[in-house]
Design a protein around this ligand. Sequence first.
Ligand SMILES: Cc1cc2nc3c(=O)[nH]c(=O)nc-3n(C[C@H](O)[C@H](O)[C@H](O)COP(=O)(O)OP(=O)(O)OC[C@H]3O[C@@H](n4cnc5c(N)ncnc54)[C@H](O)[C@@H]3O)c2cc1C
Length: 418
Amino acid sequence: MGARRTFVIVGAGFAGARAAATLRTEGFDGRILLLGDEPVRPYDRVTLSKHYLYGKPGLHALYVHDEAFYAANDIDLRLSTPVVSVDVGARQVELASGERTGYDALLLTTGCEPRRWSGPGSGLDGVHYLRTLADADHLRTALVAAAAHSGRLVVIGTGWIGCEIAAAARELDIDVALVGRSAVPLAHQLGAQMASFYRDLHAEHGVELHGGREVAELRGQGSVRAVVLSDGTVLPADVVAFGIGARPRVGLAQSAGLAVDNGIVTDAQFATSAPAVFAAGDVASVWNGAAWSGAQGKRTRLEHWAAALQQGPAAARAMLGDRRPYSQIPFFFSDQYDVWMEFTGEAAGADEFVMRTLPGDRVFIAFWLRGGRLAAGMNVNVKGIPDLVGELIAEGRRIDARALADPDIPLADTVLSC
Ligand SMILES: Cc1cc2nc3c(=O)[nH]c(=O)nc-3n(C[C@H](O)[C@H](O)[C@H](O)COP(=O)(O)OP(=O)(O)OC[C@H]3O[C@@H](n4cnc5c(N)ncnc54)[C@H](O)[C@@H]3O)c2cc1C
């Protein structure tokens, strides 16, 4: 009988926890070490910019598994345990404590960290970023205090996180100004048509929009009191939240000599450039075999919940020798106010936009086509759409745009026969 193998996972987040669980369900009976630098067991970040911020509990489960799960499954979960280096030659990881642990296979699921603004006043109190549970607790405390004293929030960045923070703060009835480089929120992510939908949504909920501007300076004595924009506008602020993007945490991989290019580069089975080292989730730039965006497979790094959900388990199976290639049409979702939406595919490069309006308030499906073929679909306040949209994108057949706009024609019947 061979020695018991050791699989080490660095990054006890969503992808890492799901990978550890999958190793067990797939029958791996060796040691599993799940190492995380945060002090809390793996949790789902999705709720942090939504219900968690405005304090409505119970709508989303926060933790990936209950507390007893790890011991019950013989998963050695070590919290507050940063890994400081990987020696791919000796097949060892080194912890901050100096302890070294050998591995037979290693999975890196180190996720992302927020991009930080470093201009004048960036070190003032009251300036927030949002990635971790600790960040969310700090921001929530600040928002609750602002709500109690008619305080004002300035959100900088009009991507998903910035928009969701703005919406959450309005749930607390806080005055919110939303500042972004693009003229309208989410323009970069969604293009003009759907960005204007979100602009109107925020405006209707009382958010003051400052598009086409950047931050020049934060002012205050100790604590932030105002945000000065690039055009000289001064916005009073008691709380400032930056949502200006995230970058993959590739430091460990880089210093270990792994190939890194906007994320840790892997093949379609999550294998990195070093033997027995795999990567998955937000940090991984994976070869994705799905047919979409006019290509039959391409390299993708997705900062989406659904990608971590699939990639963690798929990478675990790859560590056990599964050679099936990864293939996933991008999918994500967002909740703001009473609008929940799901987005499938990729709108960039589309040359046609089609709306299918359904009965009800703000109920529709938006489609993007490229060369007559479906590139992306976004369903708003209507369920059961993404799987079908994903199939239509993957099939790559020509679509009848007029049928797509007609709510009486089933989506499956919009495919042209020639
Ligand atoms: C506020 C917020 C809201 C979001 N909302 C949505 C949404 O609505 N829809 C959607 O599709 N996606 C959303 N996402 C994205 C989604 O949460 C991520 O795609 C997902 O968390 C990625 O999981 P991961 O395991 O790859 O990375 P992470 O969840 O970031 O986990 C990585 C873990 O590794 C740890 N780590 C890093 N380096 C080390 C080291 N050297 N040693 C030990 N541990 C280390 C990190 O501290 C972290 O705990 C949201 C993200 C955030 C932050």
